[in-house]
Each structure stands twice: as structure tokens, then as C-alpha cells.
Design a protein around this ligand. Structure first.
Ligand code: ZN
Length: 173
């Protein structure tokens, strides 16, 4: 990855001021890249605030995703948002963590689709629970972006639900 000199200066400053960018972690570097490109060479406090804001959005996404769960599923989905040197990620109640930090340069829909995907993987890996399932086809749904929305998609029937509306809306089409 090509790092421009302005960004290099900024990373050096963040390191001096205490937010050490883990240079060996390409996902975290990607996050710092998107902060730099969206906000410019912000100070440490502002960078920390941006990361905290991302954590807030991840929590909101988690609440939205949980609206698609039955009480039975919700009881299994013991998932919280954690911070790893300032970077938000999802973790299971036992501390188990799957994959990477959350990215957050893809807007609210991107965050929602990513959180939905991670929750689905947690439920599969930790509880062997297939969720969510298309009520018509009895197959697992997949989270993706459609236009400006994060949706659950049924590959078998082409059904689409907005994430957070699975239990309340009819599928589209
Ligand atoms: Zn279906």
C-alpha cells in the first residue's frame, strides 16, 4: 500500500501522541487511511473521538440486527462491541472474537451489513445456529448492500428484506 508523505507525517504524530498505529495490521491501517482521507490530519483527541463514534454506530447496528431475532435466537446472541487499542470490534460473551476490526468507511448501511454478517457467523460458530432463515425456502439469508440499504438476501428465491425489518415486513419482491 502506498502511503503518501502527509499521511506518514500524521501517523508519526499519532504515534508520538499515543495512538500507536499497528503498522503490521492492514485492517487497522485501512481504518486510519479512511480517517485521514475523510477528516484530514486530525489530532489524537479527534481521532479517538472518530473511533468512539464508530463504536457507537456498531452498537446501534447491533440493536438493529437484534430486531430480526426471535427471543430464542436473541438469548443465544450474547455479543458486545469491544475496543482494541481504540479500534471497535465485535466479541462474544466468552471473549471469543471472530476476524477483524470493524471497518466504518462504508457508511451506516456498510456498518450494518458487516455487523449482521459477523453476528450470523458468531451464531453459527459458537451456537451452531443457522440464522436468519428465509421463511419460504428454509435456507440461510446473506447480508449485503442494496442501493442505500443493508439487506438480507435469499439466494434461492431472490427475496430481500431490509435488515431490522425481517420479522415485520413482507419480503421484496
Ligand atoms: Zn426465500
Amino acid at each position: 500500500m502506498n502511503v503518501d508523505p502527509d499521511m506518514e507525517d500524521w501517523l508519526e504524530r499519532l504515534t508520538r501522541e499515543g495512538i500507536a498505529p499497528p503498522l503490521n495490521n492492514s485492517r487497522k491501517m485501512g481504518i486510519l487511511h479512511s480517517i485521514f482521507h475523510e477528516h484530514g490530519p486530525v489530532g489524537t483527541d479527534e481521532a479517538a473521538e472518530i473511533l468512539l463514534d464508530a463504536m457507537g454506530r456498531a452498537v446501534e447496528a447491533l440493536v438493529t440486527v437484534s430486531k430480526d431475532m426471535s427471543p430464542h435466537t436473541r438469548a443465544m446472541a450474547r455479543i458486545t462491541v469491544g475496543l482494541d487499542s481504540g479500534f471497535p470490534y465485535l466479541k462474544y460473551v466468552d471473549g471469543w472474537r471472530h476476524g477483524d476490526d470493524l471497518v466504518f468507511d462504508s457508511g451506516d448501511a456498510g456498518t450494518l451489513a458487516q455487523v449482521a454478517d459477523t453476528v450470523q457467523e458468531f451464531l453459527m460458530e459458537r451456537e451452531h445456529h443457522v440464522w436468519p432463515v428465509c421463511t419460504a425456502h428454509h435456507v440461510g439469508l446473506h447480508s449485503q448492500i442494496s442501493g442505500a440499504d443493508a439487506v438480507w438476501y435469499c439466494k434461492t428465491g431472490g427475496h430481500v428484506w431490509r435488515i431490522g425489518r425481517l420479522l415485520t415486513d413482507q419480503p421484496d419482491p
